[in-house]
Design a protein around this ligand. Structure first.
Ligand code: PBG
Length: 334
């Protein structure tokens, strides 16, 4: 005897993940990853002796700022609720020792004081702590007579650079030169000068990447040779975790992975390994690729920006340095 069944036979999947994708409201409610203006940091370039902001051709929409146009940009960043700004200085004259970096009247140190006076506590003001913008050979440190980057002599200059930036009023320094021991030396230099509240965003896992290309134009740098003896090989992820752990031990307040897009796995590994915030730098070449494709009509620019930044957050970055920071904040307000 066949009992007529109350429930018809199931003719399709019982479990339907698509159900949670039905409406915009539902998709928004169950989104796992957020992207907010406060998580974004805008890198800004200021060039000594400029009368007008100068466009950077390989980074459409990004300019080298004058001292005054820089202030308009940081005021806008504050108004948009960004997390902070990262300042890069481009001196008019470069030399082998990068002496503009430690000069209290050097372009970056003056810009720090200007920017802090403009925005006060509304933004975290950060500065790049590295010599490549200041050296005529374009390396992140000073060279030995036979042309190698001298780690320990560079550390002495980084210590002095940290003191100069702290004295200028910076909130957070960003050592990006990949010299061994740089975080420890900078922490000691800051503390010895009573700048115990100045924090360190360490470029910890920083790879020797072809994607830095447009940055060279942004800081007028013509690098002689390459950076492979101090930046990491793109094949290595375990080593990226090692670098991040070392920096935490040396006193880093935030550790960073750079570049971001080709290193999303490294961001995830570092996020799982440390107990400090993790940042990622969505660098110049990553910006340029999307801008170039969008310019040709090959990709839809605004969703591409938001998808890119969300993917970096999803990989584990708490903070993202991106040239789209202001624009993304505007898109997120809509
Ligand atoms: C070093 C520094 C670089 C970038 C940030 N800090 C260049 C490099 O190490 O070669 C690159 C940022 C970008 O490409 O957007 N001062």
């Amino acid at each position: 005897m066949n009992q007529p069944s109350e429930v018809p036979d199931v003719v399709g999947p019982v479990v339907r993940p698509r159900r949670l994708r039905t409406t915009p409201a539902l998709r928004r409610m169950v989104a796992e990853t957020s992207l907010e203006a406060r998580q974004l940091v805008l890198p800004l370039f200021v060039r000594e002796g400029l009368a007008e902001p100068r466009p950077i051709s390989s980074m459409p929409g990004v300019v080298q700022h004058t001292r005054s146009s820089l202030l308009a940009a940081v005021a806008e960043a504050a108004e948009l609720g960004l997390g902070g700004v990262m300042l890069f200085g481009v001196p008019e004259h470069k030399d082998a020792e990068g002496s503009g970096a430690i000069d209290p009247a050097g372009v970056l140190n003056l810009a720090i004081t200007d920017v802090v006076a403009e925005v006060g506590d509304a933004l975290t003001v950060m500065s790049d702590l590295c010599l490549d913008e200041f050296t005529d050979h374009g390396h992140c440190g000073v060279l030995t007579p036979d042309g190698r980057v001298d780690n320990d002599r560079t550390l002495e200059i980084y210590a002095e650079m940290a003191r100069a930036q702290a004295h200028a009023g910076v909130d957070m320094v960003g050592p990006s030169g990949m010299m061994d021991g740089q975080v420890r030396v900078i922490r000691q230099a800051l503390d010895a000068a009573a700048h115990t509240d100045v924090s360190i965003l360490a470029y910890s896992a920083k790879y020797a990447s072809v994607f830095y290309g447009p940055f060279r134009e942004a800081v007028d740098s013509s690098l002689q040779g390459d950076r492979r003896t101090y930046q990491q090989h793109h094949a290595n992820a375990v080593e990226g975790v090692r670098e991040a752990l070392l920096d935490v031990e040396e006193g880093a307040d935030i550790v960073m992975v750079k570049p971001a897009l080709a290193y999303l796995d490294v961001i995830r590994r570092v996020r799982d390994a440390v107990d400090v915030p993790v940042a990622a730098y969505n660098i110049s070449g990553e910006y340029a690729m999307i801008e170039a494709a969008a310019e040709r009509g090959w990709i839809d620019r605004e969703p591409a920006i938001l998808e890119t930044l969300t993917s970096i957050r999803r990989a584990g970055a708490d903070v993202i340095l991106t040239y789209w920071a202001a624009e993304a904040a505007r898109l997120l307000r809509r």
